[in-house]
Write a protein that binds this ligand. Structure first.
Ligand SMILES: [Zn+2]
Length: 360
């Protein structure tokens, strides 16, 4: 009996100690949640920084309690009348700390009949069950791996049961919303990099742009429609610094020529490239559409045909120029070596553009 009593006492003692910690923890979580001032994305972000693992039910209780405590019937944003509560609905929110269910009230304006959803607005809930923090992770993984692999990793880490199709949709939504400012450094940051490289150098540094297009298979969103191919266009900008390259910006997007032009126009209009501080060159595969676009927005740019595409053209040229394949092969090999060592002037054919470089 004595032994049992002792265990009971210990157990009570541990419970008291834990209660104490829990009181402090709850007070701190209320601070982190700070509803209705924070969106759910902000709440989850703060909670995850403080508590790498936490019971989502505890967070759910606090969010619900804080919203109920602080929010009253809204006044209509259209006519200013006091809205009437109609009903409330459970909203299931899948987040990176687990699933949280919020009881959300719905109000209707008696005058103009507009429906108001104050809890969903305050928390900025995403339609559908997956919330914005999950979308962030989905697009991070989805941008690096295949959607199948991204879904597999997310399910392994978060136990969601998310499908590859949903990862694809979440990632695409982010891609549709993204703007140039979010993927490129600011002009001040670029100026600073250029300044660092220019130090002790007499000549302005070379800023290389390269662009290319590649056909990629596209899943069709509409049911019953066959999948198809579209061209993804990409651009990369980097500075040459002695024997290394310094990355500045890159951008890849499925787009048509008009959208590609829009990107170049934005680069120029936002003054991201300080044309008076660099020597601008553009490495391409010789496709007319790329060069025509670049010339329109950056007329002082020097066009450069890359070594590999140039080598391809040598074969076409040799076929017409030489009778007999032995002579042609010899000429191709010799010319490739000369070009590789940047000795274009000794090649017995004149190519436009006039400069060649080796791609890193
Ligand atoms: Zn109203």
């Amino acid at each position: 009996m004595a032994a049992v009593r002792k265990i009971r006492n210990w157990s009570k003692c541990y419970k008291d100690m834990y209660d104490n910690i829990l009181d402090q923890k709850i007070a701190h979580i209320i601070q982190c949640v700070d509803a209705p001032n924070n969106t759910l994305f902000e709440i989850i972000d703060k909670i995850r920084k403080e508590y790498p693992s936490i019971d989502p039910e505890l967070v759910q209780i606090i969010i619900q309690g804080e919203l109920d405590r602080h929010m009253s019937a809204p006044t209509c944003t259209c006519c200013g009348a006091k809205a009437h509560k109609k009903y409330s609905k459970k909203k299931e929110c899948v987040t990176t700390i687990g699933t949280i269910v919020i009881q959300c009230p719905y109000y209707a304006c008696p005058k103009c009949k507009n429906v108001h959803t104050p809890y969903e607005d305050a928390l900025n809930l995403r339609d559908g069950k997956y919330q914005y923090d999950v979308q962030k992770i989905a697009s991070l993984f989805g941008a690096k791996e295949t959607f199948d692999e991204a879904a597999e990793m997310m399910n392994e880490i978060y136990r969601f049961g998310i499908s590859a199709d949903t990862v694809h949709k979440l990632t695409n939504q982010v891609a549709d919303e993204i703007s140039l400012e979010e993927i490129t450094p600011t002009s001040q940051e670029i100026y600073k990099i250029i300044e660092d490289i220019s130090e002790e150098n007499y000549r302005r540094p070379v800023l290389v742009f390269s662009a290319d297009g590649a056909m990629v298979p596209i899943r069709t969103e509409d049911k019953g429609q066959p999948h198809h191919w579209r061209e993804a266009k990409g651009i990369r900008g980097y500075l040459l610094d002695k024997d290394k390259i310094v990355h500045l910006l890159s951008w890849h997007q499925i787009s048509n020529v008009t959208e590609f032009r829009g990107f170049l126009a934005e680069l120029r209009d936002k003054d991201i490239i300080p044309l008076d501080k660099i020597r601008l060159c553009f490495v391409g595969d010789g496709a007319d559409w790329i060069w025509d676009c670049v010339k329109d927005y950056f007329p002082t740019c020097r066009q450069v045909l890359d070594y590999f595409h140039c080598s391809e053209h040598l074969h076409d040229f040799a076929k017409h120029q030489f009778v007999g394949s032995k002579k042609a092969d010899e000429w191709i090999e010799q010319t490739k070596v000369r070009l590789f060592h940047n000795n274009a002037s000794h090649s017995h054919a004149r190519f436009e553009p006039v400069a060649f470089i080796n791609l890193p």
